[in-house]
Ligand binder design. Structure first.
Ligand SMILES: *Cc1c(COP(=O)(O)O)cnc(C)c1O
Length: 370
């Protein structure tokens, strides 16, 4: 059997172990310490120094804390991009709130401004003002930030920017992860940089960051004993894995370049004109976390996926929209058919920053045989 080609595998830079060893040498084996602090400073700097980062155990935890900080609770409604990974939506349920799913437009595959406004007006008509909008930069392609921000301002609804897949992406030079009222990052094993598992909540002021860290460390009030006046969580990032994060941040720009090179290689060498790629709108810069293609039909998509699988090459259909998921089937959704269509015909190709040119050529060869 050929060596497996993965969709998106971890890619260490070499500097990580130095920081991990520092944690061992100084016995900072805890969910706090110098690596956590330095990793946060590194993230803040990367995002443009106008934000604050709280390093957490996962991106999902970051979305959950964003909802908690916004005071979202039982009975509240939250608007959420339907075309995404379930982790964007699950924390709404953790809070006992109700997700309402919004379909995508076709230029970025993200939150459709028209459907979003229809949904907001519908909820207002029913006397239910949505408490937040969860917008996602799927596969690293930024959502329509200007239009979504205009709507958020017009109706005074905070945005939770799910930038789990978009570290390194930007719009007109502004980095994804710095647009939302709150933003979140993920450092899961498959993301553009990884700490094996981890995430961050990005806030616009230090008070919000302090609140997030307080909640993430079991909400201990200021007292010599353990005193609690709110419910806390165990969501802080470990100082050991923050060391991996520090090493990974040093190679982040290289990782973005490598992923973009994958995309460009596919785009240039896939000669089959029936396979379509998602272009960057003017001013948009995608980290191309995953390179995706649209095929003419579900049947052809499956044929391609299975031929790759036969060669031990992992590929995957695009995200199945949340409004089609069994667990969310009773939720209200505002649809235009786009995400359902994308799910039917779209395929994510191997996109790791550590793919070799031989591996890429082999994949292209299979794609060109259709
Ligand atoms: C990975 C991911 C998350 C969750 O991040 P974890 O760190 O795995 O909890 C959330 N949203 C999107 C869009 C993701 O891809």
């Amino acid at each position: 059997m050929n060596k497996k080609i993965w969709l998106s595998s971890p890619h260490m830079g070499g500097g990580e172990l130095k920081y991990v060893n520092e944690a061992f040498d100084t016995n900072w084996i805890a969910p706090l310490g110098p690596n956590v602090n330095e990793f946060e400073i590194g993230l803040e700097h990367y995002l443009g120094d106008k934000v604050y980062a709280a390093a957490l155990s996962s991106g999902t935890a970051a979305i959950h804390l964003a909802l908690v900080l916004l005071g979202i609770s039982k009975g509240d409604e939250v608007l959420c991009q339907s075309f995404t990974f379930s982790a964007s939506a699950n924390p709404i349920i953790y809070q006992g709130a109700t997700p309402i799913f919004i379909d995508s437009e076709l230029e970025t595959w993200n939150l459709c401004p028209e459907q979003l406004e229809i949904a907001i007006l519908d909820r207002l008509k029913h006397g239910k003002k949505p408490k937040a909008i969860i917008a996602v930069h799927l596969y690293g392609m930024p959502y329509k930030v200007t239009k979504i921000q205009e709507l958020a301002q017009k109706y005074d609804i905070p945005i939770i920017e799910d930038s789990a897949e978009a570290l390194g992406s930007s719009v007109n030079g502004q980095k994804c992860g710095s647009f939302g009222t709150y933003s979140i990052l993920s450092f899961n094993g498959n993301k553009i940089i990884t700490t094996s598992g981890g995430g961050a909540l990005i806030t616009k002021n230090i008070i919000d960051k302090q609140k997030a860290v307080f909640l993430a460390t079991q909400a201990r009030d200021n007292a010599p004993h353990y005193e609690h006046s709110s419910i806390g969580y165990n969501y802080r990032m470990s100082n050991v894995i923050a060391g991996i994060g520090r090493g990974q941040l040093e190679v982040l720009d290289e990782r973005v370049t490598a992923r973009r090179n994958n995309y460009n290689f596919y785009k240039l060498n896939v000669k089959n004109k029936n396979l379509l790629f998602l272009k960057e709108p003017a001013g948009y810069f995608s980290n191309r976390w995953l390179s995706c293609i649209l095929t003419p039909s579900f049947e052809i998509r499956e044929e391609i996926r299975l031929s790759l699988e036969k060669e031990n090459i992992e590929s995957r259909p695009l995200w199945k929209p949340m409004h089609l998921q069994p667990i969310f089937k009773n939720c209200l959704s505002f649809n235009n058919g786009n995400s359902e269509k994308l799910f039917q015909v779209g395929l994510c190709l191997p996109s790791g920053s550590n793919l070799t040119s031989n591996e890429l050529s082999k994949i292209v060869e299979i794609l060109n045989s259709f």
